[in-house]
Design a protein around this ligand. Structure first.
Ligand SMILES: [Ca+2]
Length: 320
């Protein structure tokens, strides 16, 4: 039976729009009809002749944060053109960034760094049709199809409620959308209408994107005046015993000092930290990640990602 299903799946992806005729495709459509609160004619129109995106499933294995080192990953993002673009963006949107920071507690430089990482401030928001991507991944992702089916249902619900034609939005191959690259469930939970024009437009409207990122990260907390990561000097012969790659603080400044880790700035001894060792462009680096690094990683649970957002935010901080 499993072989038969696999054969049908291959068959479905071979002929672009025939997926709805397969048992797997019909079952998906039936669940969408039953569980998404939209008119059935609207749903039928959205799915009519929808082609699958055959090439996207394999792309997950090649996502840069999965294969890169800090030395190869960081220079893609922490580079002059992107920082220059940030300078222009700040000149245009400083007031909105500061308003978002006041409302949600996230520094403007961190919101900017997320926008810089995700889409180069809206310069590249992705070219994959979001609806087709989410249907494809709901049917064919080998391990996370249930996750993508939830996102697909959220996508259909949000496009209907925002009066958007679900076939018109493009984004990442994984279904992330707009300037902040929100997944549909994140949009539903955290997108805000930050310029009060009646729409939560994260696709075209920088103010809504800024507010939505602030709202998302603010939900996970941000401690003012605490860097997301602090360089550490290491000494002795036990510092490597605790060096890791986690963005989740699990110990304290006092505890890591017993292993020879000293932050290069003054930090209270009870601050929760994660001792991190990474291979950077100029050799081995030691950092103490704080709860604010954990908050950044809520956006993308990758140490490379969180550290690079932090480093970019430092560059943007210099422009403030
Ligand atoms: Ca708006």
């Amino acid at each position: 039976m499993r072989k038969l299903i696999a054969a049908l799946a291959v068959c479905a992806s071979a002929t672009a729009s025939a997926w709805q005729g397969t048992p797997q495709g019909e079952a998906l459509v039936a669940r969408l009809q039953a569980e998404v609160d939209v008119p059935s004619e609207w749903l039928a129109e959205a799915l009519k002749d929808l082609p699958l995106q055959d090439s996207i499933v394999e792309r997950f294995q090649k996502a840069p944060e999965r294969t890169a080192t800090a030395a190869t990953y960081r220079p893609i993002f922490v580079e002059p053109a992107r920082i220059k673009r940030g300078e222009e963006f700040l000149a245009e949107h400083r007031e909105v960034l500061e308003r978002a920071s006041a409302e949600y507690g996230i520094p403007p430089s961190v919101i900017m760094a997320i926008l810089a990482m995700e889409t180069n401030f809206g310069g590249y928001t992705g070219r994959h049709p979001t609806l087709a991507s989410l249907v494809t991944l709901s049917l064919h992702h080998p391990s996370r199809n249930e996750f993508f089916e939830r996102e697909l249902k959220a996508y259909l619900a949000l496009t209907h409620s925002e009066s958007i034609d679900p076939k018109t939005i493009n984004g990442s191959y994984a279904g992330a959308m707009g300037l902040p690259q929100f997944m549909p469930t994140s949009y539903q939970a955290y997108a805000v209408d930050f310029d009060a024009d009646g729409k939560r437009d994260i696709w075209q409207n920088p103010a809504d994107a800024i507010g939505s990122i602030g709202n998302y990260l603010g939900n996970y907390g941000w401690q003012a005046d605490l860097p997301a990561a602090v360089r550490a000097r290491v000494s002795g012969d036990t510092f490597n015993d605790i060096a890791g790659r986690s963005f989740r603080p699990s110990t304290t400044v006092a505890a890591v000092s017993d292993y020879g880790w000293q932050p290069v700035i003054n930090m209270d001894s009870d601050v929760e930290v994660s001792p991190i060792r990474v291979e950077g462009e100029h050799g081995t680096e030691f950092w103490l990640g704080t709860q604010n690094l954990r908050t950044i990683a809520r956006y993308n649970p990758s140490l490379h990602y969180a550290m690079t957002v932090f480093l970019l935010s430092q560059r943007f901080e210099e422009l403030m």
